[in-house]
Design a protein around this ligand. Structure first.
Ligand code: NDP
Length: 385
Protein backbone atom coordinates (compact mmCIF):
# COMPACT_ATOMS: atom_id res chain seq x y z
CA UNK A 1 0.00 0.00 0.00
CA UNK A 2 1.57 3.31 -1.12
CA UNK A 3 0.72 6.41 0.93
CA UNK A 4 0.11 9.60 -1.06
CA UNK A 5 -0.87 13.20 -0.44
CA UNK A 6 -2.57 15.13 -3.24
CA UNK A 7 -1.92 18.89 -3.40
CA UNK A 8 -4.49 20.50 -5.69
CA UNK A 9 -6.86 17.52 -5.35
CA UNK A 10 -9.88 19.44 -6.72
CA UNK A 11 -8.20 20.44 -10.01
CA UNK A 12 -7.89 18.70 -13.35
CA UNK A 13 -4.69 16.79 -12.49
CA UNK A 14 -5.96 16.15 -8.94
CA UNK A 15 -9.22 14.62 -10.22
CA UNK A 16 -7.43 12.40 -12.74
CA UNK A 17 -5.12 11.24 -9.94
CA UNK A 18 -8.09 10.43 -7.72
CA UNK A 19 -9.79 8.51 -10.52
CA UNK A 20 -6.68 6.31 -10.90
CA UNK A 21 -6.29 5.93 -7.13
CA UNK A 22 -9.94 4.92 -6.71
CA UNK A 23 -9.67 2.38 -9.54
CA UNK A 24 -6.73 0.83 -7.64
CA UNK A 25 -7.94 1.42 -4.11
CA UNK A 26 -6.04 -1.56 -2.70
CA UNK A 27 -2.72 -0.06 -3.84
CA UNK A 28 -2.96 3.46 -2.39
CA UNK A 29 -3.80 5.13 0.87
CA UNK A 30 -4.43 8.91 0.72
CA UNK A 31 -3.13 10.86 3.72
CA UNK A 32 -3.68 14.57 2.88
CA UNK A 33 -5.67 16.48 0.25
CA UNK A 34 -5.70 20.22 -0.50
CA UNK A 35 -7.58 22.88 -2.48
CA UNK A 36 -7.64 26.68 -2.74
CA UNK A 37 -11.28 27.47 -1.91
CA UNK A 38 -13.46 24.58 -3.01
CA UNK A 39 -14.38 23.23 0.44
CA UNK A 40 -17.34 21.27 -0.85
CA UNK A 41 -15.37 19.22 -3.39
CA UNK A 42 -12.45 18.85 -0.99
CA UNK A 43 -14.62 17.51 1.84
CA UNK A 44 -16.19 15.03 -0.57
CA UNK A 45 -12.71 13.86 -1.69
CA UNK A 46 -11.49 13.64 1.93
CA UNK A 47 -14.48 11.47 2.91
CA UNK A 48 -14.15 9.22 -0.17
CA UNK A 49 -10.42 8.68 0.29
CA UNK A 50 -10.49 8.61 4.13
CA UNK A 51 -7.69 11.21 4.17
CA UNK A 52 -6.45 12.30 7.58
CA UNK A 53 -5.89 15.98 6.69
CA UNK A 54 -7.82 18.31 4.35
CA UNK A 55 -6.47 21.83 3.73
CA UNK A 56 -8.00 24.86 2.04
CA UNK A 57 -5.52 27.63 1.19
CA UNK A 58 -8.20 30.27 1.82
CA UNK A 59 -8.55 30.65 5.60
CA UNK A 60 -12.03 32.13 5.08
CA UNK A 61 -13.21 28.67 3.93
CA UNK A 62 -12.02 26.79 7.03
CA UNK A 63 -15.27 26.83 8.99
CA UNK A 64 -17.16 25.60 5.90
CA UNK A 65 -14.64 22.76 5.49
CA UNK A 66 -14.82 21.90 9.21
CA UNK A 67 -18.62 21.70 9.06
CA UNK A 68 -18.55 19.49 5.98
CA UNK A 69 -16.06 17.11 7.68
CA UNK A 70 -17.98 16.86 10.96
CA UNK A 71 -18.23 13.24 12.06
CA UNK A 72 -15.30 12.10 9.87
CA UNK A 73 -11.77 11.23 11.04
CA UNK A 74 -10.33 13.93 8.79
CA UNK A 75 -8.86 17.08 10.34
CA UNK A 76 -9.58 20.37 8.55
CA UNK A 77 -6.94 23.10 8.31
CA UNK A 78 -6.30 26.26 6.29
CA UNK A 79 -3.55 28.60 5.08
CA UNK A 80 -0.06 28.27 3.69
CA UNK A 81 1.45 26.62 6.79
CA UNK A 82 -1.22 23.91 6.58
CA UNK A 83 -0.45 23.37 2.86
CA UNK A 84 3.19 22.90 3.84
CA UNK A 85 2.10 20.44 6.55
CA UNK A 86 0.12 18.44 3.96
CA UNK A 87 3.19 18.43 1.67
CA UNK A 88 5.48 17.16 4.40
CA UNK A 89 3.15 14.67 6.13
CA UNK A 90 4.23 11.02 6.46
CA UNK A 91 3.19 10.00 2.93
CA UNK A 92 5.75 8.46 0.55
CA UNK A 93 4.52 10.23 -2.59
CA UNK A 94 3.29 13.81 -3.02
CA UNK A 95 1.26 14.75 -6.09
CA UNK A 96 2.13 18.42 -6.62
CA UNK A 97 -0.83 19.72 -8.66
CA UNK A 98 -1.46 23.17 -7.22
CA UNK A 99 -1.54 25.72 -10.03
CA UNK A 100 0.80 28.72 -9.99
CA UNK A 101 3.37 30.09 -7.55
CA UNK A 102 1.07 29.18 -4.65
CA UNK A 103 2.54 25.71 -5.09
CA UNK A 104 6.15 26.80 -4.49
CA UNK A 105 6.40 26.55 -0.69
CA UNK A 106 4.46 23.25 -0.47
CA UNK A 107 6.56 21.69 -3.26
CA UNK A 108 9.77 22.88 -1.60
CA UNK A 109 8.57 21.42 1.72
CA UNK A 110 7.99 18.02 0.07
CA UNK A 111 11.39 18.17 -1.63
CA UNK A 112 13.16 19.17 1.60
CA UNK A 113 11.43 16.28 3.37
CA UNK A 114 13.19 13.96 0.89
CA UNK A 115 9.97 12.62 -0.61
CA UNK A 116 9.11 11.28 -4.01
CA UNK A 117 7.33 14.22 -5.66
CA UNK A 118 5.15 13.76 -8.74
CA UNK A 119 5.49 17.24 -10.15
CA UNK A 120 2.69 18.70 -12.27
CA UNK A 121 3.11 22.29 -11.02
CA UNK A 122 5.22 23.86 -13.81
CA UNK A 123 5.96 27.03 -11.88
CA UNK A 124 8.07 25.15 -9.31
CA UNK A 125 10.78 24.39 -11.87
CA UNK A 126 10.28 27.39 -14.15
CA UNK A 127 10.66 29.93 -11.35
CA UNK A 128 12.68 28.07 -8.72
CA UNK A 129 14.32 25.27 -10.71
CA UNK A 130 17.87 25.73 -9.39
CA UNK A 131 16.65 25.94 -5.77
CA UNK A 132 14.42 22.86 -6.17
CA UNK A 133 17.14 20.73 -7.78
CA UNK A 134 19.71 21.75 -5.15
CA UNK A 135 17.22 20.94 -2.38
CA UNK A 136 16.39 17.57 -3.95
CA UNK A 137 20.09 16.69 -4.18
CA UNK A 138 20.58 17.65 -0.53
CA UNK A 139 17.54 15.73 0.80
CA UNK A 140 17.59 12.75 -1.58
CA UNK A 141 14.11 13.61 -2.90
CA UNK A 142 13.04 12.10 -6.24
CA UNK A 143 11.26 14.31 -8.77
CA UNK A 144 8.91 12.45 -11.12
CA UNK A 145 7.70 14.71 -13.95
CA UNK A 146 3.95 14.57 -14.63
CA UNK A 147 3.90 17.05 -17.52
CA UNK A 148 3.43 14.68 -20.48
CA UNK A 149 6.55 15.82 -22.37
CA UNK A 150 8.89 15.55 -19.39
CA UNK A 151 7.30 12.30 -18.34
CA UNK A 152 8.00 11.00 -21.87
CA UNK A 153 11.65 12.08 -21.61
CA UNK A 154 11.93 10.51 -18.16
CA UNK A 155 10.61 7.24 -19.61
CA UNK A 156 13.06 7.41 -22.56
CA UNK A 157 15.97 7.98 -20.16
CA UNK A 158 15.17 4.93 -18.03
CA UNK A 159 18.01 2.43 -18.27
CA UNK A 160 20.27 4.89 -20.13
CA UNK A 161 23.23 6.96 -18.92
CA UNK A 162 22.62 10.71 -18.78
CA UNK A 163 26.13 11.29 -20.19
CA UNK A 164 25.07 9.55 -23.42
CA UNK A 165 22.25 12.01 -24.15
CA UNK A 166 23.05 14.42 -26.98
CA UNK A 167 19.68 16.16 -27.33
CA UNK A 168 16.18 16.31 -25.91
CA UNK A 169 13.41 17.01 -28.42
CA UNK A 170 10.18 18.34 -26.95
CA UNK A 171 7.14 17.91 -29.15
CA UNK A 172 4.47 20.62 -29.40
CA UNK A 173 1.05 20.21 -30.98
CA UNK A 174 1.34 23.73 -32.40
CA UNK A 175 -1.95 24.75 -30.77
CA UNK A 176 -5.06 26.10 -32.50
CA UNK A 177 -3.12 28.67 -34.62
CA UNK A 178 -0.51 26.29 -36.04
CA UNK A 179 -1.54 26.97 -39.64
CA UNK A 180 -3.07 30.44 -39.11
CA UNK A 181 -1.70 33.52 -40.89
CA UNK A 182 0.04 36.25 -38.88
CA UNK A 183 -3.03 38.47 -39.50
CA UNK A 184 -5.43 35.82 -38.18
CA UNK A 185 -3.23 35.29 -35.10
CA UNK A 186 -3.24 39.07 -34.47
CA UNK A 187 -7.05 39.01 -34.44
CA UNK A 188 -7.42 35.81 -32.35
CA UNK A 189 -10.19 35.81 -29.73
CA UNK A 190 -10.02 34.11 -26.29
CA UNK A 191 -12.58 31.52 -27.47
CA UNK A 192 -10.35 30.61 -30.45
CA UNK A 193 -7.22 30.53 -28.29
CA UNK A 194 -8.61 28.11 -25.68
CA UNK A 195 -9.95 25.67 -28.31
CA UNK A 196 -6.97 23.31 -28.12
CA UNK A 197 -7.06 20.74 -30.95
CA UNK A 198 -5.74 17.77 -28.92
CA UNK A 199 -5.61 18.28 -25.16
CA UNK A 200 -8.46 19.18 -22.80
CA UNK A 201 -6.94 21.63 -20.29
CA UNK A 202 -7.69 24.78 -18.30
CA UNK A 203 -7.96 28.19 -20.01
CA UNK A 204 -4.53 29.56 -18.95
CA UNK A 205 -2.49 26.57 -20.12
CA UNK A 206 -4.57 26.41 -23.33
CA UNK A 207 -3.68 30.04 -24.17
CA UNK A 208 -0.04 29.18 -23.39
CA UNK A 209 -0.30 26.38 -25.94
CA UNK A 210 -1.72 28.81 -28.50
CA UNK A 211 1.20 31.27 -28.03
CA UNK A 212 3.73 28.39 -27.68
CA UNK A 213 4.70 29.91 -24.31
CA UNK A 214 3.74 26.55 -22.82
CA UNK A 215 6.53 24.93 -24.83
CA UNK A 216 8.89 27.68 -23.72
CA UNK A 217 8.05 27.02 -20.06
CA UNK A 218 8.63 23.33 -20.76
CA UNK A 219 12.09 24.08 -22.21
CA UNK A 220 12.97 25.72 -18.88
CA UNK A 221 11.48 22.79 -16.93
CA UNK A 222 13.49 20.34 -19.06
CA UNK A 223 16.72 22.27 -18.45
CA UNK A 224 16.39 21.87 -14.68
CA UNK A 225 14.95 18.35 -14.65
CA UNK A 226 17.47 16.81 -17.03
CA UNK A 227 20.47 19.11 -16.54
CA UNK A 228 21.01 20.03 -20.21
CA UNK A 229 21.81 23.50 -21.59
CA UNK A 230 19.52 25.34 -24.01
CA UNK A 231 21.72 24.26 -26.96
CA UNK A 232 20.76 20.61 -26.33
CA UNK A 233 17.03 21.26 -25.99
CA UNK A 234 14.98 21.37 -29.19
CA UNK A 235 11.30 21.81 -30.00
CA UNK A 236 9.51 20.20 -32.93
CA UNK A 237 5.89 20.78 -33.93
CA UNK A 238 3.94 17.51 -34.08
CA UNK A 239 0.22 18.17 -34.60
CA UNK A 240 -1.01 14.63 -33.85
CA UNK A 241 0.31 14.76 -30.21
CA UNK A 242 1.12 11.05 -30.37
CA UNK A 243 4.87 11.32 -29.80
CA UNK A 244 5.09 13.06 -26.43
CA UNK A 245 8.83 13.83 -26.67
CA UNK A 246 12.12 12.23 -27.66
CA UNK A 247 15.69 11.74 -26.52
CA UNK A 248 18.60 11.56 -28.95
CA UNK A 249 21.72 9.70 -27.80
CA UNK A 250 25.36 10.16 -28.85
CA UNK A 251 25.20 7.11 -31.16
CA UNK A 252 22.38 8.71 -33.20
CA UNK A 253 19.59 6.58 -31.68
CA UNK A 254 16.39 8.47 -30.88
CA UNK A 255 13.95 7.06 -28.30
CA UNK A 256 10.38 8.36 -28.21
CA UNK A 257 7.42 7.75 -25.93
CA UNK A 258 4.06 7.46 -27.70
CA UNK A 259 0.51 7.31 -26.41
CA UNK A 260 -2.92 8.85 -26.75
CA UNK A 261 -3.09 12.44 -25.43
CA UNK A 262 -4.46 11.58 -21.98
CA UNK A 263 -2.90 12.95 -18.77
CA UNK A 264 -3.92 9.77 -16.94
CA UNK A 265 -0.97 8.01 -18.63
CA UNK A 266 1.84 10.18 -17.18
CA UNK A 267 -0.01 10.46 -13.85
CA UNK A 268 -0.27 6.66 -13.67
CA UNK A 269 3.43 6.37 -14.49
CA UNK A 270 4.26 8.62 -11.53
CA UNK A 271 1.82 6.82 -9.22
CA UNK A 272 3.17 3.36 -9.95
CA UNK A 273 6.85 4.24 -10.56
CA UNK A 274 9.13 2.28 -10.82
CA UNK A 275 6.42 -0.18 -11.86
CA UNK A 276 3.41 0.50 -14.12
CA UNK A 277 -0.33 0.34 -13.58
CA UNK A 278 -3.32 -0.12 -15.90
CA UNK A 279 -5.28 2.95 -17.04
CA UNK A 280 -8.54 3.34 -18.98
CA UNK A 281 -6.73 5.62 -21.50
CA UNK A 282 -7.57 4.95 -25.14
CA UNK A 283 -5.05 2.61 -26.78
CA UNK A 284 -2.96 4.00 -29.61
CA UNK A 285 -4.07 2.80 -33.05
CA UNK A 286 -1.27 3.89 -35.37
CA UNK A 287 -2.82 2.28 -38.46
CA UNK A 288 -5.93 4.45 -38.01
CA UNK A 289 -3.85 7.58 -37.29
CA UNK A 290 -1.91 6.80 -40.48
CA UNK A 291 0.49 9.73 -40.55
CA UNK A 292 2.68 11.47 -38.02
CA UNK A 293 3.89 14.95 -39.06
CA UNK A 294 6.78 17.03 -37.75
CA UNK A 295 7.85 20.63 -38.51
CA UNK A 296 10.13 23.31 -37.12
CA UNK A 297 8.38 25.95 -34.96
CA UNK A 298 7.85 29.39 -36.55
CA UNK A 299 9.40 31.87 -34.11
CA UNK A 300 8.11 34.87 -36.08
CA UNK A 301 4.44 33.97 -35.65
CA UNK A 302 5.09 32.56 -32.16
CA UNK A 303 7.66 34.88 -30.49
CA UNK A 304 6.83 33.61 -26.97
CA UNK A 305 8.92 30.48 -27.60
CA UNK A 306 11.94 32.64 -28.49
CA UNK A 307 11.40 34.80 -25.38
CA UNK A 308 11.28 31.73 -23.14
CA UNK A 309 14.51 30.38 -24.62
CA UNK A 310 16.18 33.77 -24.09
CA UNK A 311 14.96 33.81 -20.47
CA UNK A 312 16.39 30.31 -19.96
CA UNK A 313 19.74 31.40 -21.40
CA UNK A 314 19.78 34.61 -19.31
CA UNK A 315 18.96 32.61 -16.16
CA UNK A 316 18.73 34.18 -12.70
CA UNK A 317 15.43 36.01 -12.30
CA UNK A 318 14.54 36.02 -16.02
CA UNK A 319 12.36 32.84 -16.01
CA UNK A 320 10.44 34.21 -12.98
CA UNK A 321 9.80 37.48 -14.83
CA UNK A 322 8.78 35.58 -17.98
CA UNK A 323 6.31 33.44 -16.04
CA UNK A 324 4.80 36.28 -13.98
CA UNK A 325 4.41 38.70 -16.90
CA UNK A 326 2.89 35.93 -19.01
CA UNK A 327 0.35 35.02 -16.32
CA UNK A 328 -0.79 38.64 -15.98
CA UNK A 329 -0.94 39.10 -19.76
CA UNK A 330 -2.86 35.84 -20.34
CA UNK A 331 -5.40 36.76 -17.64
CA UNK A 332 -5.91 40.16 -19.29
CA UNK A 333 -6.28 38.55 -22.71
CA UNK A 334 -8.87 36.11 -21.38
CA UNK A 335 -10.71 39.06 -19.78
CA UNK A 336 -10.86 40.74 -23.19
CA UNK A 337 -8.58 43.61 -22.11
CA UNK A 338 -5.65 43.06 -24.49
CA UNK A 339 -5.11 41.47 -27.91
CA UNK A 340 -3.44 38.10 -28.49
CA UNK A 341 -0.09 39.52 -29.77
CA UNK A 342 0.05 41.81 -26.71
CA UNK A 343 0.80 38.74 -24.56
CA UNK A 344 4.28 38.23 -26.06
CA UNK A 345 4.83 42.01 -26.34
CA UNK A 346 4.18 42.51 -22.60
CA UNK A 347 6.44 39.58 -21.68
CA UNK A 348 9.17 41.02 -23.92
CA UNK A 349 8.85 44.45 -22.25
CA UNK A 350 8.89 42.93 -18.77
CA UNK A 351 12.07 40.98 -19.58
CA UNK A 352 13.74 44.07 -21.06
CA UNK A 353 12.90 46.18 -17.98
CA UNK A 354 13.77 43.53 -15.36
CA UNK A 355 16.61 44.30 -12.97
CA UNK A 356 16.64 41.66 -10.26
CA UNK A 357 19.37 39.87 -8.34
CA UNK A 358 19.65 36.08 -8.56
CA UNK A 359 17.08 34.57 -6.16
CA UNK A 360 18.51 32.59 -3.25
CA UNK A 361 15.27 31.46 -1.59
CA UNK A 362 11.61 30.80 -2.33
CA UNK A 363 10.94 34.14 -0.58
CA UNK A 364 13.16 35.90 -3.19
CA UNK A 365 11.33 34.10 -6.02
CA UNK A 366 7.92 35.11 -4.68
CA UNK A 367 9.05 38.72 -4.30
CA UNK A 368 10.33 38.91 -7.91
CA UNK A 369 7.06 37.33 -9.00
CA UNK A 370 5.02 39.93 -7.06
CA UNK A 371 6.99 42.94 -8.31
CA UNK A 372 6.84 41.72 -11.93
CA UNK A 373 3.08 41.22 -11.72
CA UNK A 374 2.66 44.79 -10.45
CA UNK A 375 4.96 46.16 -13.16
CA UNK A 376 3.20 44.22 -15.93
CA UNK A 377 -0.15 45.51 -14.73
CA UNK A 378 1.34 49.00 -14.83
CA UNK A 379 2.32 48.53 -18.49
CA UNK A 380 -1.29 47.98 -19.47
CA UNK A 381 -3.78 50.77 -19.85
CA UNK A 382 -6.56 48.56 -18.44
CA UNK A 383 -6.84 47.44 -14.79
CA UNK A 384 -5.51 44.03 -13.75
CA UNK A 385 -7.70 41.42 -12.10
P1 NDP B 1 -6.57 23.40 -12.04
O1 NDP B 1 -6.77 24.86 -12.14
O2 NDP B 1 -7.54 22.49 -12.67
O3 NDP B 1 -6.45 22.97 -10.48
C1 NDP B 1 -5.59 23.67 -9.61
C2 NDP B 1 -5.64 23.09 -8.22
O4 NDP B 1 -4.85 23.95 -7.37
C3 NDP B 1 -7.03 23.07 -7.59
O5 NDP B 1 -7.10 22.04 -6.65
C4 NDP B 1 -7.11 24.43 -6.89
O6 NDP B 1 -8.08 24.47 -5.84
C5 NDP B 1 -5.69 24.53 -6.34
N1 NDP B 1 -5.25 25.90 -6.17
C6 NDP B 1 -5.46 26.96 -6.99
N2 NDP B 1 -4.94 28.09 -6.44
C7 NDP B 1 -4.40 27.73 -5.27
C8 NDP B 1 -3.78 28.46 -4.22
N3 NDP B 1 -3.58 29.79 -4.30
N4 NDP B 1 -3.35 27.79 -3.15
C9 NDP B 1 -3.55 26.45 -3.02
N5 NDP B 1 -4.18 25.71 -3.97
C10 NDP B 1 -4.58 26.34 -5.08
O7 NDP B 1 -5.10 23.13 -12.61
P2 NDP B 1 -4.55 21.82 -13.33
O8 NDP B 1 -4.89 20.61 -12.52
O9 NDP B 1 -4.89 21.85 -14.77
O10 NDP B 1 -2.97 22.08 -13.27
C11 NDP B 1 -2.21 21.96 -12.08
C12 NDP B 1 -0.74 22.18 -12.44
O11 NDP B 1 -0.36 21.16 -13.36
C13 NDP B 1 -0.46 23.51 -13.16
O12 NDP B 1 0.76 24.03 -12.75
C14 NDP B 1 -0.43 23.14 -14.64
O13 NDP B 1 0.40 23.99 -15.40
C15 NDP B 1 0.16 21.74 -14.55
N6 NDP B 1 -0.18 20.89 -15.68
C16 NDP B 1 -1.48 20.64 -15.99
C17 NDP B 1 -1.81 19.85 -17.08
C18 NDP B 1 -3.24 19.52 -17.41
O14 NDP B 1 -3.48 18.77 -18.37
N7 NDP B 1 -4.22 20.02 -16.69
C19 NDP B 1 -0.76 19.27 -17.93
C20 NDP B 1 0.57 19.53 -17.46
C21 NDP B 1 0.85 20.32 -16.39
P3 NDP B 1 -9.61 24.97 -6.10
O15 NDP B 1 -10.28 23.87 -6.84
O16 NDP B 1 -10.17 25.18 -4.75
O17 NDP B 1 -9.50 26.23 -6.92
Amino acid sequence: MRTISILGATGSIGKSTLELVERNSGAFSVTSVTAATNAEALADIARRTKAKLAVVADEGRLSDLQQRLTGSDCRAAAGEAALVEAASDDSELVIAAIVGCAGLRPVMAAVEAGKTVALANKEALVTAGALMIDAAQASGATLLPVDSEHNAIFQCLAGNCRKDVSRIILTASGGPFRTASAEAIDAATPAQAVAHPKWSMGAKISVDSATLMNKGLELIEAHYLFGLPSSQLDVVIHPQSVVHSMVEFVDGSVLAQLGSPDMRIPIAYALAWPERMATPAERLDLATIGQLEFAAPDLKRFPALRLAREALETGGAAPIVLNAANEVAVASFLAGQIRFPDIARLVDEALSDAKFDIPHSIGDVLEIDRVTRDQTCGMMKTSCS
